[in-house]
Design a protein around this ligand. Structure first.
Ligand SMILES: Nc1ncnc2c1ncn2[C@@H]1O[C@H](COP(=O)(O)OP(=O)(O)OP(=O)(O)O)[C@@H](O)[C@H]1O
Ligand SMILES: [Mg+2]
Length: 332
């Protein structure tokens, strides 16, 4: 299959000057600066096919934004290979930049004092978007993101959610084939999140766009990405289907029971951890490997009307993965 993004043994170090506190410290920093190396990306390899939408997740400081910046040509890699659409991002060739876009939830490119439409016009000129393409693109994005009434309002007067939708318009007017989305729903209310999510989903389908999406909002990942790459401390600790991540890292399963008679909870504790009990519904957690045995025991020895075995909540599993427990598991 055609690879849109190729990352091979990517390393990125930042050199930072360590500051010594106090006035004397300030002098000594000035005279003999102590350099420290932050190893943001230690060894990153992955590839993404054309048209794929991949969730790129991991805890704070893991290296997500750094990776996206390297891929968009904003940072020079220390070592390794990055290739996007056959280009070396760092060269920042105009032909390359016209085909990608980086959207960061925390940063804005819209001019604060102007209505958004004026930034759009500016982008048209910068990206040399032909008038016809611009018009088509603008019409489509404005409709999809429902921002028609917002185009002529000074950006500083808009709400965060309204602004974010306009940011997306600005970032996509040139119809990029590759989108790097860094926390696109951060700080938005549920309705706004949903709008952005629907839009990303549609844009991916409609334009066969390749999308690498980072988010701490697991709803984004669950709704949009089938495949996820988990990065932790500058290394990839998982790359695969979201369901596989759950199967691999969820240590427990959830058994839901409907009882036909009230019973002593203590008896149930012998089978598993009782998560909640609200007669006739009971929720138990049991070790993954013991789920089948526990279920048959429950059916045999308890007044059970109905029983289901379910996976743990995705959010819970991912929390475990982020806490570093997955690292230990994945090394086994
Ligand atoms: N310009 C920089 N100079 C020095 N260190 C940096 C710089 N940018 C990032 N880092 C460091 O590199 C590491 C990775 O940061 P990065 O922003 O990529 O993490 P992240 O996965 O995006 O985290 P978050 O979820 O908080 O956004 C962190 O330790 C961070 O402090
Ligand atoms: Mg980040």
């Amino acid at each position: 299959m055609d690879k849109a993004i190729l990352v091979d043994h990517l390393v990125k170090n930042f050199e930072v000057t360590e500051k010594t506190p106090g006035l004397m410290g300030a002098f000594s920093t000035l005279l003999s600066p102590k350099k420290k190396v932050v190893r943001a990306l230690k060894d990153i390899s992955f590839s993404v096919s054309k048209g794929e939408l991949v969730g790129f997740i991991g805890p704070n400081g893991a290296g997500k934004t750094t990776t996206l910046k390297v891929l968009s040509g904003l940072l020079y890699p220390t070592a390794g290979i990055t290739q996007v659409l056959g280009f070396d991002p760092w060269e920042r060739r105009p032909e390359y930049l016209k085909r990608i876009s980086l959207v960061m939830g925390q940063k804005n490119q819209l001019w604060w004092d102007l209505p958004a439409i004026e930034t759009f016009e500016l982008n048209r000129a910068i990206y040399e978007i032909p008038k016809k393409v611009y018009k088509e693109s603008l019409d489509e994005l404005v409709t999809l993101l429902e921002v028609e009434k917002l185009l002529n309002i000074q950006v500083r007067r808009l709400s965060l959610g309204q602004r974010m939708r306009l940011e997306l318009v600005a970032a996509l007017l040139h119809q990029p084939e590759i989108l790097f989305l860094d926390e696109p729903t951060i700080g938005l209310d549920l309705v706004a999140q949903e709008k952005i999510r629907n839009f990303i989903y549609d844009y991916n389908r409609k334009h066969s766009a390749t999308i690498l999406l980072t988010s701490h909002n697991m709803d984004d990942v669950i709704d949009l990405a089938r495949r996820v790459i988990v990065i932790d401390d500058g290394r990839i600790i998982f790359d695969g289907i979201l369901d596989e991540l759950i199967a691999r890292f969820a240590k427990e399963k959830i058994i839901k029971l409907t009882l036909t008679k009230e019973i002593d909870t203590k008896e149930l504790e012998k089978i598993g951890k009782v998560k909640s009990i609200q007669f006739p519904e009971v929720i138990l957690r049991v070790p993954r490997s013991a789920a089948a045995v526990a279920a048959s025991e429950l059916l045999q020895s308890f007044p059970v009307g109905d029983l289901t075995i379910e996976e743990e909540d995705i959010e819970d599993v991912i929390r475990v993965v982020f806490r570093g427990e997955a690292k230990k598991l994945s090394r086994k």
